[in-house]
Design a protein around this ligand. Structure first.
Ligand SMILES: *[C@@H]1O[C@H](CO)[C@@H](O)[C@H](O)[C@H]1NC(C)=O
Ligand SMILES: *[C@@H]1O[C@H](CO)[C@@H](O)[C@H](O)[C@H]1NC(C)=O
Ligand SMILES: *[C@@H]1O[C@H](CO)[C@@H](O)[C@H](O)[C@H]1NC(C)=O
Ligand SMILES: *[C@@H]1O[C@H](CO)[C@@H](O)[C@H](O)[C@H]1NC(C)=O
Ligand SMILES: *[C@@H]1O[C@H](CO)[C@@H](O)[C@H](O)[C@H]1NC(C)=O
Ligand SMILES: *[C@@H]1O[C@H](CO)[C@@H](O)[C@H](O)[C@H]1NC(C)=O
Ligand SMILES: *[C@@H]1O[C@H](CO)[C@@H](O)[C@H](O)[C@H]1NC(C)=O
Length: 460
């Protein structure tokens, strides 16, 4: 978690998302610009299906260029053109974006830069990026073929916002894409009139695809992230029920994937389950004995009082936790001033971070089924969560989906399953089960007493 920039390989961003027949969320106030596109052109973006326009009308400055043919191989149309702003040192070139969605003052602004040797000089530029009068960050192009993304969550009190590039004497500023997205005012309470959040990275743990609009109605960018540092292996699948306190509105699809440490000796025990963990950074404990509630978004917001140049974040199991820790996603920001006075802050203060860890827990009947699967070595499509998504319910199971509660397993049919041995007492953990069919197997021994306590069971 060191980089100030999240360098995104283009191939990753171009993974096209599956968007199964959902109604597209509202795009009122979305501005999506493909900088350098010829005037009056527009097209539909492959990735998000949003309409992208040229930058005509948003800026008077600069010249359009195509990236060099060498950099068009990873074809994502948004990065085939740039607008370049030749200017003298300290020269400022701006885009003006209208931000006039009634009742909204909080916005996400995202700019992206891929140099692609558009000028044929093969000289990687460094320049400053400003939001209004405030320094947002320094754009330091370190590879002609990589995309750098600057994303900020800010309150914009006026009806427009300026995004400016300033020549600092290290090459010609340019820009590839620019987006503005209105957010609900209640989201990201850390962003207010005087303080914005500048994204360092957003990771979606355990995922394989980039998630953007329309899966995220605000078109935030959730990049798959496998931490090789803290965890190895294994994912969980939850059934995220929504962000009840509404501070982040993380898409359900982001919360569906998670990682936990791989440790086969971890007990799967639901009746006595406890998932508690400690979160710390650089030997500071920031949260101890945190217990995420079942299928609810939990978050930990680390805003250190002491600043470092590097943050090593660890999540560790609390001593009396029976389950390992889990993390679904995280967002890592540094704060930036958005006070309406020009801060010419090229001070080298360490950045002040805001880290949001988004977590949910799972288990209940899911882990009983996982234990049953393991005991009888079931070889079916039994992967992930038994009940969700609905289209991938484990064969032989039926589930009910009560509103605002986790799904319950209502029937299990393992007949003709080639099962041997005794009857697992884990069946007794399926508290909502009505039908349990274990016929035509080689099961031996007694029916566990616990099964008699299943009040819903009508057929065994
Ligand atoms: C730009 O990045 C390079 C490579 O990481 C680094 O050596 C250099 O100091 C950076 N320059 C600025 C002005 O940040
Ligand atoms: C914005 O939040 C920061 C940090 O919590 C606080 O210091 C500042 O006073 C807030 N500004 C406003 C206008 O509320
Ligand atoms: C698993 O449960 C057994 C029996 O309750 C216990 O002896 C063992 O220590 C537990 N293992 C772990 C890793 O918690
Ligand atoms: C973070 O972890 C790395 C690798 O373990 C270590 O080299 C570095 O000193 C740590 N940084 C801090 C600030 O603790
Ligand atoms: C776990 O430990 C914490 C802190 O030591 C304590 O507050 C909590 O009651 C413990 N929980 C159990 C189930 O022992
Ligand atoms: C489970 O669902 C299937 C498909 O909807 C249905 O045919 C079957 O009768 C159900 N089984 C039980 C035991 O409810
Ligand atoms: C369970 O599945 C078998 C076939 O595999 C079927 O004959 C039986 O009727 C099913 N039981 C229930 C309760 O649906």
């Amino acid at each position: 978690m060191v980089a100030r920039w999240w360098l995104l390989l283009l191939g990753l961003a171009a993974d096209v998302l599956q968007v199964g027949g959902q109604r597209a969320p509202d795009t009122t106030g979305f501005i999506s610009i493909d900088c350098g596109l010829s005037e009056q052109s527009s097209y539909v973006d492959d990735l998000t299906k949003l309409l992208l326009s040229s930058d005509a009308g948003f800026t008077d400055a600069g010249t359009n260029y195509d990236v060099s043919a060498r950099y068009t191989n990873l074809l994502y149309r948004r990065f085939l053109t740039v607008r370049s702003f030749p200017s003298s040192v300290d020269g400022r070139s701006c885009y003006t974006l209208p931000s006039a969605v009634p009742g909204t003052s909080k916005y996400m602004v995202r700019a992206a830069f891929k140099y692609g040797d558009y000028d044929g000089l093969n000289k990687l530029p460094i320049f400053d990026l400003y939001l209004g009068v405030n320094l947002w960050r320094t754009v330091n192009i370190t590879d002609a073929g990589l995309v750098q993304i600057a994303e900020a969550i800010v309150v914009i009190p006026e009806d427009r916002v300026q995004v400016c590039m300033v020549n600092i004497g290290s090459g010609t500023p340019f820009i590839s894409t620019l987006d503005l997205r209105p957010l609900k005012n209640s989201l990201y309470p850390q962003a207010n009139a005087t303080q914005g959040l500048s994204m360092i990275f957003t990771g979606n743990f355990g995922a394989s695809d980039v998630i953007r609009y329309p899966n995220d109605p605000y078109d935030r960018l959730w990049v798959p992230w496998w931490s090789v540092v803290l965890w190895s292996g294994v994912f969980g699948h939850g059934n995220f029920q929504g962000d009840q306190d509404g501070k982040f509105e993380v898409p359900a699809v982001v919360m569906k994937t998670a990682i936990t440490p791989f440790n086969p000796s971890d007990n799967i025990s639901c009746s006595s389950q406890a998932r508690r963990f400690n979160v710390g950074y650089n030997n500071h404990l920031s949260m101890s004995n945190y217990e995420p509630s079942y299928l609810k978004l939990g978050y930990n917001n680390i805003e250190p009082v002491q600043f470092f140049n590097q943050y090593n974040v660890t999540i560790s199991r609390a001593p009396n936790s029976t389950l390992p820790p889990i993390i679904n996603a995280c967002e890592f920001f540094s704060t930036m001033s958005t006070a309406n006075v020009g801060t010419n802050a090229h001070d080298d203060l360490p950045f002040s971070p805001v880290l949001l860890l988004l977590l949910q827990t799972q288990c209940l009947s899911a882990s009983a089924m996982i234990a049953i699967k393991a005991k009888y070595q079931v070889k079916k499509n039994w992967e992930g969560d038994p009940c969700s998504p609905k289209t991938l319910v484990w064969h032989g199971l039926n589930c009910s989906y009560p509103i605002s509660l986790p799904p319950r397993i209502t029937s299990v049919n393992m007949s003709f399953g080639g099962l041997g041995g005794d009857i697992s007492s884990y069946f007794a953990k399926l508290k909502a089960i009505q039908y349990l069919d274990l016929s035509h197997n080689e099961l031996t021994g007694f029916i566990p007493n616990e099964l008699s306590q299943l009040h819903s069971l009508v057929v065994l």
